[in-house]
Write a protein that binds this ligand. Sequence first.
Ligand code: FES
Length: 157
Amino acid sequence: MTNREIDRRSALLGAGTLAVGTVLSACVVEQSVPAEQPAPAKQPTTSVPQATESSAPTAQPAGDLLTSAKDVPAGGGVILKDQKIVVTRDDSGAPHAFSAVCTHQGCLVTAVGEGTIDCKCHGSKFDLASGEPVGGPAKKPLPPVAVVERDGGLFQA
Ligand code: FES
């Protein structure tokens, strides 16, 4: 191989290298252009309710003794001011209990007798067996409280 042939091969090799380098550069340039990324799919948002402590007042935990069974006569009742519960017995002797908070404007009921639970604030009267309003301005019944009789006592169920 002559020097001239060597120079020619070198020139060709150089040109080839240059051409390959240009192609690679083009590839590199193309790769270096930031490709447009698809927007990430929106994740569905879910809201998980957090457990919270209830602040609703309860008159008594379930099963608590409300009063002695003998203290509630048939056709009468007992108002438990601290618990805000009125315990009654209908004429057959079946026990009942209700919230003692009058549904008219929130006074505590004041008496039980003659088949009714009475509120003296404005004269509302409620049936002692059902809690339904039977007189005066109250239009809603007294909310019932579950009660059971056992072992000589009346217990909140
Ligand atoms: Fe009881 Fe008005 S609050 S009758």
